[in-house]
Design a protein around this ligand. Structure first.
Ligand code: TNX
Length: 600
């Protein structure tokens, strides 16, 4: 049921229901005329990805008071999550939201509460009163213990909303962080505003207990075909974190550009990084840039998976170091979009020095456990030359202490301990993959016809490909990662990843346009129990995210399949809105799809 839209308080009087005390920032914003109409109330189950269990209690809504505080159990990681929550809520609410500690407690539960100072009597003892459900053991355990889902695992959380407080309990900081993302979605859409907004910050009452279905939930950004700045990548990480995705795969190298500085082979980035599809300037990340990306991701419990694509997709490396090329002649730089023509010479020992140095440096810069070696579309390295190269590269990865991931084309190479194949096929009947799984491989599923975010939504989508078909939101949503491949049990599936190749994607707005609203669909497949799978319910929950994205300035595709609420400001949010859903008079403003620049 929609709330009555409130009006801007011209007279300085508070609209009914707002807290009387208002911090100075909110006053300033009122004076500046910043205002958004409140959106429809959120229900406890209106969360994407769908939580494992939801028990609504309409009598237990929590209203954020202006003097709210965040109390968090001891430990730097938990405190950091509390700081993150404060950073998320301060801009729109204008509340100062100080973060304070809970008294020390044992170590098996972390707790974060959002409550008013007065809710617990406003004294030091009040803090203790809140912590009568201490961070660990004691009541917190009892609360979780009242539910059969006591084991929240590595990433699960429990959220309790009562009139007195919002409490998030988890076994890990990652779980606490995911709980914070849920809480964010339970507040009105105006919480996404970068400036203070007059709203009643109500959180619907009840209990959520939630855990992921799959441990690997990711998206890939191809920064090689078109280069994207550090700021762009950080924003994409924020988008992942909202939907509880925990891996960002960076496709760092390809024919059109080499994007990561390698000290021992400086021309890779210096020369190989200076190109991109369509002839633009390209670019690369310095080691400091890459560290910044990794740090930003880590704070959001996102693991960066770096990919160095080998032995094919290497034209940019060959331009920089002709000694790696078969025939030792540098090819011209490549700015088109063909694939499969380039490769490093698998018969030359110098190639393995290169692989060893590059993977060693990238591994040393990367805190996460994975190294992705590509392996796709090396059409000119066949048979034993290909499998021999992959097997040797797998050993080089193992020597760095990382676990190897490769596109599923590496399947014919011998198994390596723990190895993961990223499957991007379009036909789930793939006996070679099933056989690799029997030999011990685990799978990341990126089916081209469901998860490839570079596919167009519809024939008139202004950017993107269609070789794997059109992927509207329903197509992105309607498949089951646990049963997609014949002969592959759900236990062999590590998770789901949505790749965004960027041959035709040139700006951050275009990246967002291709991610939203499909990324949340794939996030739900990766996180939510299969029992929650329901297109109609998903579509309705997703619709409520449109106003959130608009308020946050995120570009998205207004898929006709989703019942988006009407937004008064639609189409009027500045440069991020330049992508037309339908080609029309504005189409000229959108950079031409780079298909026009292929075959360079
Ligand atoms: C196939 S998927 C590729 C990429 C292209 C993509 C375009 C895969 C491992 N290789 O090189 O960018 O198609 O959709």
């Amino acid at each position: 049921m929609p709330t009555t839209p409130s009006t801007r308080p011209e007279t300085g009087q508070e609209p009914a229901g707002l807290p009387v005390h208002r911090p100075p920032a909110a006053d300033l914003a009122r004076a500046a005329g910043e205002f958004l109409a409140p959106s429809a109330p959120v229900r406890l189950g209106d969360v994407v990805p769908a939580p494992e269990s939801v028990a609504e209690d309409p009598a237990a809504d929590f209203t954020l008071p202006a003097d709210a505080v965040i109390r968090v159990s001891a430990g730097a990681a938990a405190r950091d999550v509390a700081g993150h929550l404060a950073e998320l809520l301060r801009p729109a609410t204008g509340c100062p939201l100080p973060v304070t500690g809970l008294p020390p407690a044992g170590a098996d539960r972390l707790t974060l509460t959002l409550t008013g100072v007065t809710a617990g009597a406003g004294t030091e003892a009040a803090g203790d009163a809140v912590t009568a459900a201490p961070a660990t053991g004691g009541n917190a355990r009892t609360i979780a213990g009242t539910d059969p889902a006591d084991d929240l695992g590595d990433e699960g959380y429990r959220l309790d909303v009562t009139p007195a407080e919002v409490r998030i309990t988890a076994g890990t900081a990652a779980g606490l962080f995911h709980g914070v993302q849920t809480l964010r979605q339970l507040l009105p859409a105006a919480v996404e505003s970068p400036t203070p907004v007059d709203a009643r910050w109500v959180v619907p009452g009840g209990v959520i207990v939630d855990r992921p279905r799959f441990p690997y939930r990711g998206a890939m950004l191809d920064v090689a075909r078109h280069f994207f700045t550090v700021a762009d990548v950080l924003r994409v990480i924020d988008h992942l974190a909202r939907y509880k995705l925990n891996h960002l795969h960076l496709h760092l190298t390809d024919d059109q550009g080499w994007r990561i500085a390698v000290d021992s082979w400086p021309a890779l980035a210096g020369v190989g990084g200076a190109t991109e599809v369509g002839g633009g300037p390209g670019g690369h990340y310095t080691t400091a840039d890459y560290r910044r990306i990794v740090r930003h991701a880590a704070r959001r419990h996102v693991t960066v998976v770096p990919e160095i694509d080998l032995p094919g997709h290497t034209n940019s490396a060959l331009v920089a170091y002709p000694e790696l090329a078969p025939g030792k002649v540098a090819p011209p730089p490549y700015t088109g979009t063909e694939v499969g023509f380039s490769y490093v010479d698998p018969a030359d020992e110098r190639t393995y020095d290169f692989v060893d140095d590059v993977l060693g440096e990238v591994a040393a810069l990367t805190p996460g456990p994975w190294l992705h070696i590509g392996g796709d579309e090396a059409f000119k390295v066949r048979g034993a030359a290909y499998t021999g190269f992959v097997e040797r590269t797998q050993r080089i990865v193992a020597a760095t202490g990382k676990t190897v991931i490769g596109w599923h084309q590496i399947a014919p190479a011998a198994h390596a301990a723990g190895r993961v194949l990223q499957w991007w096929g379009t036909n789930g009947d793939d006996p070679e993959i099933a056989e690799s799984v029997r030999r011990g491989a685990r799978l990341i599923l990126s089916p081209g016809n469901h998860a490839y975010l570079d596919m167009k939504y519809a024939p008139d989508t202004p950017i993107g490909h269609d070789w794997a078909g059109l992927i509207d939101v329903r197509r992105a949503y309607d498949w089951d990662p646990g049963a997609h491949l014949t002969g592959v049990p759900a236990e062999a599936v590590l998770g789901v990843e949505a790749p965004l190749w960027t041959e035709s994607v040139t700006t951050l707005a275009e990246v967002e346009f291709m991610l939203f609203p499909r990324l949340p669909a794939l996030a739900e497949l990766a996180w939510s129990p299969r029992a929650t799978h329901d297109w109609a319910g998903f579509r309705d929950r997703l619709a409520g995210h449109g106003p959130r994205w608009s308020t946050a300035g995120i570009t998205f595709h207004r898929s006709p399949e989703v019942p988006w609420p009407v937004e008064p400001t639609d189409g009027d949010r500045g440069p991020s809105r330049r992508i037309p859903t339908q080609p029309g008079p504005d189409a000229a403003e959108t950079p031409a799809p780079t298909a026009a620049t292929t075959d360079g």
